[in-house]
Design a binder for this molecule. Structure first.
Ligand code: ADP
Ligand code: ADP
Ligand code: MG
Length: 498
């Protein structure tokens, strides 16, 4: 395919997109900016376009005109926006089209509609989706919000209609705090999205977040690729995701998948997309929003279906017919993704910036690493703190948890703290193991005492190494290799003494 694709993004997702684009024979272009001139993604592209930016201005990745100008100058055929940044900006998608460049995503109009949660919810209701009780439209002031809340009952959640990334949300427990929360939600939404519209929903107290991955083409074909559970969140932002979800039955999966496909068909959706549901304690479920882009956690779906979602996103953008049929989609085993953010879980997840002296990722057949960093990379304060994702496949959920823990033990980094120790704590928790965890886990269960000490981490790493070596070399525990040195015994004693 003799075509040029510009990736309007950075970090791991830029590298991920390059991989699929090269598979299709496209020439890949990325943008180098002076906020991170030595970033890893620059090494993967065929062509690097340099830009000089003023650090007091917003980054080029949020500047539609500047990106389209680069694309025109380099005769680019298509632009992939990745996630975040301009991926859900309808004006950017429209500007690409006006300049004869294919935007890898759905139509600008659908990005606009789905970008406003109030509009999306109305369209979803028309397609027969169940909705969380709440206001159909944006609410103008705290008084109206109070009247609504009195009607549906507290607690309620105020949400930014234009919201994303967990921002612009406030939980209101009682009428007295409505005014304060309404004002702060409005101000946060206005600052973050340039739109302060706030709507109200009943706040579900211990819910799970479930989402369906869909693929649709420009010829009306739509399929779903099953669901992901993304309930492990902090401040409404996902940290660990898994596929499939343990808490729904096959029947429920089929029903929800059908609703998702039906909705996408009704609105004429094409490209990859995600329909997010919230699942209440009684297993009732409600449409929450639709993300019109590739998501951070898309690899767990790829791991259990074997489908390359970004390859299909590109093919669909080029007008190809989706040749995958619903019955072709088979689910194999289980997958878990852990986001590696440079944040210190011991210290309220405070962001860590600076040099990565050394980083080493786990390896293995069932492990997939998506990263934007290597030794000596610099983590700057300018962008999101996610530097990598560790994705692990297992035969079933138990096997996957075990393998993920082993993979996390094999991850090491010096120079910066990360969320990896936190992920280990989650994977060992009773609630995760039993799959009863909800979006409230971090607030209601987690405390820093649950994080392991450095010695614990070392013991865990040793234990994992021994287990691995035993399996690999098929040594029995009384093999001389493990007996004589009594490393086993030492690790075991340490564990027992805890
Ligand atoms: P996902 O479900 O894929 O995790 P998120 O809503 O968390 O989706 O957003 C994906 C990524 O994009 C996150 O890294 C988040 O920080 C970033 N992001 C979300 N909204 C914006 C925005 N408006 N501008 C820049 N980055 C954003
Ligand atoms: P965003 O665009 O920021 O991703 P969402 O509407 O998808 O916004 O909500 C993000 C998260 O906030 C959800 O995954 C869930 O944890 C929480 N949340 C949203 N709405 C509700 C609700 N009505 N009740 C309880 N939690 C909610
Ligand atoms: Mg969401």
């Amino acid at each position: 395919m003799n075509k040029k694709i510009l990736i309007a993004n950075r970090n791991e997702i830029a590298i991920r997109i390059i991989r699929s684009a090269k598979k299709l024979g496209l020439t890949t272009y990325v943008i180098q900016c002076n906020r991170e001139p030595d970033a890893l993604y620059l090494e993967y592209a065929d062509e690097v376009v340099q830009v000089k930016e003023d650090l007091s201005d917003k980054t080029i990745f949020l500047n539609p005109e500047a990106i389209v100008k680069i694309a025109v100058e380099h005769q680019i055929d298509m632009i992939h926006p990745g996630y975040g940044f301009l991926s859900e900006n309808p004006d950017f998608a429209a500007l690409c089209e006006e300049n004869g460049i294919i935007f890898v995503g759905p139509s600008p109009q659908l990005i606009r509609d789905m970008g406003l949660k109030t509009v999306a919810k109305k369209m979803a209701a028309q397609a027969g989706m169940p909705l969380v009780p709440g206001s159909a439209d944006a609410i103008t002031d705290a008084k109206v919000a109070k009247a609504f809340a009195d009607n549906i009952g507290y607690p309620v959640i105020l949400k930014a209609s234009a919201g994303g990334g967990g921002r612009g949300m406030r939980i209101v427990e009682k009428p007295e705090t409505m005014e304060r929360h309404f004002k702060s939600a409005y101000e946060e939404a206005l600052a973050a999205f340039g739109n302060g519209d706030i709507f109200i929903e009943k706040y579900l107290v211990n819910p799970k977040h479930l989402e369906f991955q869909i693929l649709g083409d420009k010829h009306g074909n739509v399929i779903h690729l099953g669901e992901r559970e993304c309930s492990l969140q902090r401040k409404h932002q996902k940290i660990i995701e898994e596929a499939p979800a343990a808490s729904i039955s096959d029947d429920q999966r089929a029903r929800m998948g059908e609703l998702a496909v039906n909705f996408a068909k009704t609105i004429g959706y094409y490209s990859a997309g995600t329909i997010e549901f919230i699942l209440a304690e009684d297993c009732s479920y409600y449409f929450m929003e639709m993300n019109t882009r590739i998501q951070v956690e898309h690899p767990v779906t790829e791991m259990i279906t074997g489908v390359d979602l970004i390859e299909w996103q590109i093919r669909i953008a080029l007008g190809e017919t989706l040749t995958l049929k619903q019955e072709d989609i088979r689910f194999n085993g289980w997958a878990i993704e852990c986001r590696v953010n440079t944040e210190d879980p011991q210290n309220r997840f405070s962001p860590q910036t600076g040099f990565i002296e050394k980083v080493s990722f786990p390896q293995g057949d069932h492990i997939r690493i998506e990263t934007g960093v290597k030794n000596f990379s610099v983590v700057t304060p300018y962008f999101d703190s996610m530097i990598a994702k560790i994705i692990v496949h297992g035969d079933d959920r138990r096997d996957c948890i075990k393998k993920t823990l082993r993979a996390l033990n094999d991850f090491s980094i010096s120079g910066l703290k990360t969320t990896v120790p936190f992920c280990r704590t989650v994977l060992r928790s009773k609630e995760f193991v039993e799959a009863t965890y909800t979006t409230r886990w971090v607030d209601s269960v987690f405390n820093t005492d649950m994080l392991e000490s450095e010695e614990d981490a070392m013991i865990a790493a040793l234990a994992a190494t021994i287990t691995y070596a035993k399996e690999y070399f098929q040594y029995s525990s009384d093999s001389p290799m493990f007996k004589s040195e009594s490393l086993n015994v030492w690790v075991l004693n340490k564990r027992i003494s805890k």
